[in-house]
Design a protein around this ligand. Structure first.
Ligand code: NAD
Length: 262
């Protein structure tokens, strides 16, 4: 069993479920100490329990809302103190939020999606970068989506897709700014992945008819029988977190089984 991340510390946001959970487990299995950032609930504690008690890794759950600046600043500080520095940052927490035609979307719902997905990404990066600089470098991975890509569009997804495209722009700008510190920043763009994200959707009546029947249609991902698995995404994040991707920065990597090529 290779220990690619021995001696490294990772912060994973949204570590209580789905892609964040699979990635936290993956990094811990390969030797990283992992700070699990999520809203404190049974799922987050379960990730911590699995890593510490089943996989004999090292992790600690932190009760953080990624969109709360004060809480983020303190939790990043605490994680760096507990684990002695930060090397890898996975800015992954996110919600689908309101799925509604633009004229029916409330301003509050629009703002909520932007606050969690975009402000959360900004705060995660802003508060961890000083610690990565101290280590002489590091790797930041941001979870965007194929919805953040040029051609892909979906009904009712103006808020969500705006945040996902914004994350790609943010990735490029910060990759350029941080290159001289040997800090790499890359975005991953998953297609449909089997997680709990659909439970975070607030679907308007009009869209219920359009969205629900077309979810995960057969053949939507030509490479697979159904949606991708969180562990598939964890493999990509581990690659981007490792020195095997040492010359990769500012990239946007699609992981969707060819879904966005149809
Ligand atoms: P998920 O709902 O299974 O997990 C998301 C986790 O983020 C949950 O544990 C949740 O508690 C946490 N979270 C939500 N808001 C938070 C906040 N304010 N502060 C802290 N934690 C918060 O969903 P997932 O699919 O694993 O989503 C992870 C990322 O992947 C998201 O950014 C999502 O947009 C992106 N993504 C998912 C898919 C997909 O099909 N599942 C596709 C493309 C992109």
């Amino acid at each position: 069993n290779r220990q690619r991340f021995q001696g490294k510390t990772a912060i994973v946001t949204g570590a209580g479920s789905g892609i964040g959970k699979a990635t936290a487990i993956r990094l811990a299995k390969e030797g990283a100490k992992v700070a699990l950032f999520d809203l404190m609930n049974d799922r987050t504690r379960s990730t911590e329990h699995q890593i510490n008690n089943i996989y004999r890794g090292i992790s600690r759950a932190f009760d953080v809302d990624v969109s709360d600046p004060e809480r983020m600043e303190k939790a990043v500080h605490d994680a760096a103190k507990v684990f002695g520095g930060i090397d890898i940052v996975f800015a992954n927490a996110g919600i689908n939020g309101s799925l509604a035609p633009v004229d029916e979307m409330s301003f509050e719902d629009w703002e909520k999606t932007l606050r969690i997905n975009l402000n959360g990404t900004f705060l995660t990066v802003k508060y961890t970068v000083p610690y990565l600089k101290k280590q002489g470098g590091g790797s930041i991975i941001i979870t965007s989506s194929i919805n953040g890509n040029d051609r892909f569009a979906g009904f009712g997804m103006s808020a969500y897709s705006t945040t996902k495209a914004g994350q790609v722009a943010f990735t490029k700008m910060t990759a350029l700014e941080l290159a001289k510190y040997k800090i790499r920043v890359n975005a991953i763009c998953p297609g449909a992945i089997a997680t709990n994200i659909d439970s975070t959707s607030e679907i308007s009546e009009e869209l219920e008819e359009i969205i629900i029947p077309v979810e995960y249609p057969e053949g939507a991902q030509p490479l697979a029988d159904g949606p991708g698995q969180p562990e598939n995404v964890a493999d990509l994040v581990a690659f981007l977190a490792s020195d095997e991707s040492i010359h990769v920065t500012g990239a946007r990597i699609v992981i969707d089984g060819a879904e966005s090529l149809l």
